[in-house]
Ligand binder design. Sequence first.
Ligand code: TNX
Length: 529
Amino acid sequence: MRPHHRTLRILGSLLLVAMGVSMTGAAPAQAASPTPLDRVIPAPTSVAPGGSPYRITRGTHIHVDGSREARRVAEYLAAFLRPSTGYRLPVTEHGAGGIRLRLAKGPFGAEGYRLDSGRQGVTLTAAGPAGLFHGVQTLRQLLPAAVEKDTVQPGPWLVAGGTITDSPRYGWRGAMLDVSRHFFTVDQVKRYIDQLALYKINKLHLHLSDDQGWRIAVDSWPRLATYGGSTEVGGGPGGFYTKADYREIVRYAASRYLEVVPEIDMPGHTNAALASYADLNCDGVAPPLYTGTEVGFSSLCVGKEITYDFVDDVIRELAALTPGRYLHIGGDEAHSTSHEDYVKFMDRVQPVVAKYGKTVVGWHQLTGATPAKGALAQYWGLDSTSAEEKARVVKAAQSGTGLILSPADRVYLDMKYTKDTPLGLSWAGYVEVRRSYDWDPGAYLPGVPAGAVRGVEAPMWSETLENSEHIEYMAFPRLPGVAELGWSSGASRDWERYKVRLAAQAERWNALGIGYYRSPQVPWDSAGR
Ligand code: TNX
């Protein structure tokens, strides 16, 4: 751009800002009509539009009712709104009008909320802070996309009038990030957490170990991280989280009401550990580090006692870092472990997880052994998975094993959208946006009792993904759809209407600097109209 053009452009934006600030009633037509209450993703349980909109102004206060948790959510909201509105938005106790966050008994459940909006203000009511936080995400989506920017924008900041009552269908609405195949820094993980929070995802499953890298410091076996974490797919430098790093991820996730579910994959997918300690190998010889993308070639030595010392130490240290309830022990693709050994291994390892106060989660191959009481199995099969394998999962669900649904040909975010997608894999086929959204977790595996389905999770395997840009291109626009499958009841889901709501999110992603795949299935250009 030539300099004087640039000057003109800057002058133009200054003018816009000035207009916005001085505007009283005469806002430009488009900006002045607030986002309809039913534009939100995930779709709320019930929406009753009506009445005048609320307008956030320079004089708006955020009122809280005195509890420390409500204040924390209010501070999060204020910190979110201040940069783009340019307003002070003090958080105060008591007072009427403005934005109000209140904790109150009501039919909200642990994560639900009600949002009431009218001329005098917007009130969010919930039974607990998680509900308030999810309500804040709804409020966020009801404001113009420019609210996401970190510089002052013109507004006006209108919230449509009416009432939303909302609570989730499932308690497990997860996203998994594979930090082993390629390592992602604490800041990259935080960036993804913020994107997940916008769509009310409440579990962050971290795949912390695999053949290509061990990513979490373990004091009793230090070489796991320092050596086992020293590379990644393609031979890059890899990396690992110190305990302080990991605590910071857990803290940040908790501040966005996400529970971190750590995974140490075993007995397969363990080359990084086997390379770090020769004693863990049946033949006592450490293999070299691995930077390729094959699977199924490594196994812990099921017959050696040291294997269980190792597992006990790792689970103890990881459990101590984990305030959440769950610990994922992998268990997939143990192609180098005999069935007998696999069963023996799982029989011995699951009680260790319980000993340290955690609940077992495993990939669904765990149902080929005996899942511990209360364990959850994560189903990652596809349409073409054998009837036998599906039957094992269904049977386990009928005997009390909870299921998390991650069908690979629906919600694996590392699958290519089409044959032309530059990133990702395609072993489960191509997964376009509609395919990933248009199915019902409640009816997915016939014979599974409704109560056995605990929710859905979208895994992001990182064989081909190296940075945030890559993650975002694969997550958007599919991730919001998976979030909706986990949150919204079947009745409110319909692709034809969903795709219009999805298109309207693009402006928000642009404001946030999220690059996404412009699927031809989504009417991007109709957005906002
Ligand atoms: C299968 S899903 C795997 C992973 C790969 C992924 C790639 C699962 C439990 N195992 O090891 O990274 O496919 O899509």
